[in-house]
Design a protein around this ligand. Sequence first.
Ligand SMILES: Nc1ncnc2c1ncn2[C@@H]1O[C@H](COP(=O)(O)OP(=O)(O)O)[C@@H](O)[C@H]1O
Ligand SMILES: [Mg+2]
Length: 295
Amino acid sequence: MSTPNNTQIIEEKRKQMLEQMQKLRARMDKVRHKIAVISGKGGVGKSTITANLAVAFAIHGHANHVGILDADIHGPSIPKILGLTGQRLQPGSPGVFPVLGSLGIKVVSMDFMLPDENAPIIWRGPLKMTAIRQFLSDIMWGELDILLIDLPPGTGDEPLSVAQLLPEMDGVIIVTIPSEISQVVVKKAVTFARRLRMPIVGVVENMSGFVCPNCGVKVDIFQSGGGKRIAEESDIYFLGSIPIDQKISKASDKGVPFIVEHADSPASKAFLDIVKKVEAFLKEKEHGGSAKTEG
Ligand SMILES: Nc1ncnc2c1ncn2[C@@H]1O[C@H](COP(=O)(O)OP(=O)(O)O)[C@@H](O)[C@H]1O
Ligand SMILES: [Mg+2]
């Protein structure tokens, strides 16, 4: 048999890529809504918010029909927050099964493919794009009402890949904390989303004030209210604020979904409230209403 020449190899690769994109389209057609969670800065609570919103959606009538794509390739943290560390993606015949969390939440993360949780991932841009493409095309997501996509901070390869692979994205949720510096980075996230033509669902202000568990006094550690102000300035929806609550980080460390354990806390109510607003946004969009976000 003769060895294939360069043109044949390139042609073969192109065919494979086309087939994969067709597979991706077929799988993603069964996912009714896609929303990515972004921020300009790390450590503001994107992953915490993605995970808890997924749980809130599941509780709010979408059990077994919620998925999370952890697209933070270098620093996957969704499995830890949902208590799924150590699980593995299981190969099936027409694809790979996602890992099932509580309330039937389907989770896919790089963490499910690493030899151990401390293994660093050093991947260049094109490989990250390939990984995300495969997560979307080769995973048997099934019929989903919503797929939430947790992204690393900033405007790097992952958000770009997601925007390119899912042009039908319903929108992005921008997470901020209420300090001045983070307002600057939120503006960058807004500009980025608009440049990529991704609608903006709205802004969530996380770590917005702290209620002392002993005396009940609310302290604005990072001066709450910045998220609302920036939303107004940028003409986008304000989805709500989530207070600092020690129980959120404790629950994440334990891998127990916070809003299940502490359903009555102000933060849990805030999550459910945000879900209602996101649902209203999706409904309006489905019925042809123009999102307030195109700039
Ligand atoms: N509202 C909150 N109250 C208390 N701790 C929080 C809150 N939001 C996030 N955290 C904690 O802050 C840290 C960073 O959150 P994470 O979701 O990983 O941020 P990001 O994904 O933006 O990097 C985590 O330890 C998390 O438990
Ligand atoms: Mg994160």
